[in-house]
Design a protein around this ligand. Structure first.
Ligand code: TRP
Length: 331
């Protein structure tokens, strides 16, 4: 039986956090044998906010090395950089003509980012969801693992696909959201009811995948808890609950087991244990990423093969689209 197609992408902007690891990358590894996976580095999405060119280039390779270091297999998945497959931009243009300005103006992320980057509300920022729809639809994707913040974008991708199909006949498969069962929610260490974010201005709020052991331990030591001293997960203890979630995600146990393990311990010992556990998981990933980054020939080869493979599928879909809408492609 043919495997279902799964599509996901991460932008090479900002440093990835342990939330990206448990919420996205680690799941990519689990899903790669069950599905035909396309994993992209979304650099075209990244430039919708200003990027330093040298940094964007560096982060792109670093992200590639990180995926592989985490266990994403370039042999089993199509791992590629979005800008290397021209059909993303091409399909976006076509889909733009079937997307309404009003719909885009109403998107939550557009409104948030417009408020945050008021000096740079560019067309690309507004068009972001259409580019994302093109990403997904080019590969006839069945499922897209998404967190809550990307839910609305997936909905619009479905709407656009259905609109196209209605007008021109069956062309795109309608993608479904795939909700991850575990580890999807890691809060900020400083404001635990907020999601841990790679763009948080407070450096103590997020633990980055690139943080060394001392930094990880220091950040956990400063994590907010509360004034009583019990280590239990409950709604009125968001800080402690967040740390228990993080611990269970990295130690591979349940929250109940973690509570039991830390029963009677103080917050100081608890935070140290969480920090050490996280740092011990990150260390081998960082070492492998470093090793890969020293082997640019290998990384370039992976990217070339990924782009070639993605191109073949994307070309088929785009050619079908061009035919349906009446773009002359020779007889
Ligand atoms: N917008 C996504 C994010 O910032 C990244 C992304 C780009 C994506 N294209 C995608 C995710 C297609 C899923 C499917 O997280």
């Amino acid at each position: 039986m043919e495997k279902k197609v799964l599509y996901s992408a991460v932008q090479p902007s900002g440093n990835l956090t342990i939330g990206n690891y448990t919420g996205a990358i680690r799941n990519w590894v689990k899903l790669q044998s069950e599905y035909e996976c396309y994993y992209a580095i979304a650099n075209m999405h990244a430039i919708t906010v200003r990027q330093d060119p040298a940094e964007l280039r560096r982060r792109t390779v670093e992200l590639l090395a990180l995926y592989i270091a985490c266990g994403v297999s370039p042999e089993h998945c199509t791992l590629y950089v979005q800008s290397q497959v021209p059909q993303h931009a091409e399909l976006t243009w076509v889909l733009n003509t079937m997307t309404y300005v009003g719909e885009m103006e109403r998107m939550t992320q557009f409104k948030d980012k417009s408020a945050k980057h008021a000096e740079n509300i560019n067309m690309g920022l507004m068009d972001y969801p259409v580019l994302m729809a093109a990403d997904i639809l080019l590969y006839q994707t069945d499922i897209v693992p998404v967190g809550v913040d990307q839910r609305q974008h997936l909905e619009i991708a479905r709407d656009i696909a259905a609109r196209f199909n209605n007008r021109f006949g069956e062309t795109f498969r309608l993608p479904e959201a795939y909700t991850l069962k575990e580890g999807a929610k890691i809060g900020s260490l400083q404001e635990p009811t907020k999601k841990m974010s790679k763009s948080d201005e407070n450096p103590n709020a997020s633990v980055y995948l690139s943080d060394d052991k001392d930094t990880v331990i220091r950040k956990f030591r400063r994590a907010v808890t509360d004034s009583d001293n019990r280590i239990v997960a409950s709604e009125d203890k968001p800080g402690v609950t967040n740390l228990l979630n993080i611990y269970s995600a990295f130690a591979g146990c349940t929250v109940a087991e973690a509570e039991k393990q830390f029963e009677g311990k103080g917050y100081g010992d608890f935070k140290l244990a969480v920090g050490e556990t996280v740092a011990d998981v990150l260390a081998p990933v960082q070492a492998e990423q470093k090793r890969l980054l020293a082997d640019k020939a290998y990384l370039n080869q992976v990217l070339k093969e990924g782009a070639d493979r993605a191109y073949k599928t994307a070309r088929k879909t785009l050619s079908k689209v061009y035919r349906k809408i009446g773009f002359y492609q020779g007889e």
